[in-house]
Ligand binder design. Structure first.
Ligand code: G3H
Length: 525
């Protein structure tokens, strides 16, 4: 199908600058090509979108030194600035960002194959996240604009920054998840180094100037290149205070292990998951199928929160399978800007082969592909296969597929999925489908201790962003949300003094003269 003029790639975007110490520096070294798996021509060929700098250790150190300089051992302008002034910088940034919506949405579609409505949603949700974070930060500041007294000791307790934060983001939400780390880290007074994901990298380019002109030099530093080449050298210096990463536990562990003093490193991690759907015998099938469809296949299952294994009770499994398989085949596949598309090209060129391997392995061990189109290959896609019955020896049961394939496991006793979840390395969320409160109650009470969100008759998801987003075991460390992220990227720090004349007078003078940015009971309205 012809590509509408406003979505066509008319010229390549060659990113020749990077942001370090407040300067957009020209890059003259090696570059890497960025391709989309979406074809611009009738005969299939990946589309060249542009190039990015291929950076290494010298640039990594340059960015680290800029961030350390801006933090300046806690004495920098940014970490000592009044919260209100930091929020003003963030407001300038978000206004500039909003002007880039169209270009970023277009790149989201080309770089990662996200549908137009979902790409728009990712952009708008991120802007909203920034506004909500600003409001929450004001509330945090208001709540701490006071003194408390215990056992004759006064305390003025606030939240302070941690230092230098290294942010690494995933390809499935290259804007939203990145900013859900970066924005709270910046707002709390930390200085940052950020490297965009491998796919979804060019879409950061239009924002470089906005970052540069909105914040003091060195507060935000943006590098390009491979994680190993850029992030590794930064970690091994031991000068990073927080590793903020959304990705997988393998990369998180590798980076964490490079830090020479792991006790000094705070981790804010959103990692892999294998969220199960558990369908009880009395589940409302129509609703369950709807939720399982979006849960397993939104953005082709490339979400950490996707439903990645479906447990269906033996009394209901046949009915579920028959209807679900039909619904999967009725979904529309196409390029992201086409009307009504639900399935879109996979951004990783090797993904269809990987999914194929999972299907072949499951079939060789006794599973069947229930839907007619299941496993059908395209140049940049493989149709989601509904596999049944899936058993524990199959790779599709064991691995986080992060793509379009749906394993269905039958069960007769609820202890089976519960035991599997307890044994699993993951612990993010679960979806529980059923109506009988006598069955649901004990299940909910156990499940909340195995994962961190039990979704009742609803698919798993991160949002709304004010709710805590976290996980157990290999699925996360620290909690994210508009509210929680401000805490994850800061530490409680305070001024204390014994109640005597000298101290009371001194504090009064400090408040009167407004000489300290920390000792202040001013409210931000
Ligand atoms: O990849 C994991 C994302 O945080 C999922 O977010 O549930 O809003 O798609 P979502």
């Amino acid at each position: 199908m012809a590509i509408a003029a406003n979505y066509k790639i008319t010229e390549t975007l060659n990113q020749t600058s990077y942001l370090v110490n407040g300067k957009l520096k020209e890059w003259t070294g090696k570059t890497s090509k960025v391709y989309s798996t979406i074809s611009s021509t009738e005969k299939y060929a990946p589309t060249l979108l542009g190039t990015i700098p291929d950076m290494g250790e010298p640039e990594a150190n340059e960015a680290l030194n800029a961030a350390l300089g801006a933090y300046n051992k806690g004495q920098g302008t940014w970490p000592t600035m009044q919260v209100k002034d930091r929020l003003d910088c963030m407001k300038v940034f978000v206004e500039k960002m909003k002007a880039k919506r169209e270009g970023i949405v277009k790149l989201l579609m080309w770089e990662i194959g996200k549908s137009l409505p979902d790409s728009q949603k990712e952009f708008d949700r991120t802007v909203e996240y920034i506004y909500d974070t600003i409001e929450d930060c004001k509330q945090l500041d208001r709540d701490s604009a006071k003194f408390q007294k215990q056992d004759g000791v006064y305390a003025h307790i606030k939240r302070g920054p941690l230092g230098v934060v290294l942010c690494l983001a995933p390809y499935n939400y290259p804007l939203n998840e990145t900013f859900a780390l970066l924005i709270p880290a910046i707002i709390m007074g930390n200085t940052t180094i950020f490297k965009p994901a491998k796919h979804g990298v060019l879409l950061i380019a239009p924002l470089l100037e906005a970052f540069q002109s909105s914040f003091p030099k060195g507060v935000v530093n943006i590098l390009f290149g491979r994680g190993r080449a850029v992030a590794g050298p930064i970690m091994k210096t031991g000068k990073v205070d927080v590793l903020a990463l959304i990705g997988n536990s393998k990369s998180a562990n590798a980076l964490q292990n490079q830090h020479p003093k792991s006790n000094r490193l705070r981790l804010v991690l959103g990692l892999e998951a294998k969220n199960p759907a558990i369908i009880l015998p009395d589940a409302d099938l129509t609703l369950t199928i709807e939720e399982c469809l979006s849960g397993t296949l939104s953005f082709n299952g490339q979400r950490c929160t996707a439903l990645k294994v479906v447990y269906a009770h033996e009394n209901i499994v046949d009915g579920f399978n028959a209807q679900f398989a039909k619904r999967v085949d009725a979904l529309k596949f196409g390029n992201p800007w086409e009307d009504g598309v639900k399935l879109t090209p996979l951004p990783e060129p090797g993904k269809p082969d990987y999914i194929q391997e999972l299907i072949d392995d499951a079939v060789s061990k006794g599973a069947k592909i229930l839907n007619k189109k299941g496993g059908k290959r395209f140049d940049n896609y493989i149709w989601p296969a509904v596999l049944y019955p899936v058993t524990k020896d199959m790779r599709v049961y064991q691995e986080e597929q992060f793509g379009p394939v749906i394993p269905v496991v039958p069960f007769s006793d609820i202890e089976e999925p519960l035991n599997d979840m307890a044994e699993s390395n993951y612990g993010q969320q679960v979806s529980l489908f059923g109506k009988d409160v006598y069955a649901l109650a004990p299940l909910i009470d156990s499940l909340v201790n195995l994962v961190c969100r039990v979704n009742l008759n609803s698919s798993c998801q991160r949002g709304p962003d004010v709710y805590p987003f976290t996980g157990r075991k290999d699925s996360a460390q620290s909690t994210l949300s508009v509210h929680d992220a401000l805490r994850s990227f800061s530490i409680r720090t305070f001024v204390a003094f014994k109640d005597n004349e000298l101290n009371n007078e001194t504090i009064e003078k400090l408040l009167e003269t407004k000489l300290s940015n920390f000792v202040s009971t001013d409210y931000i309205l």
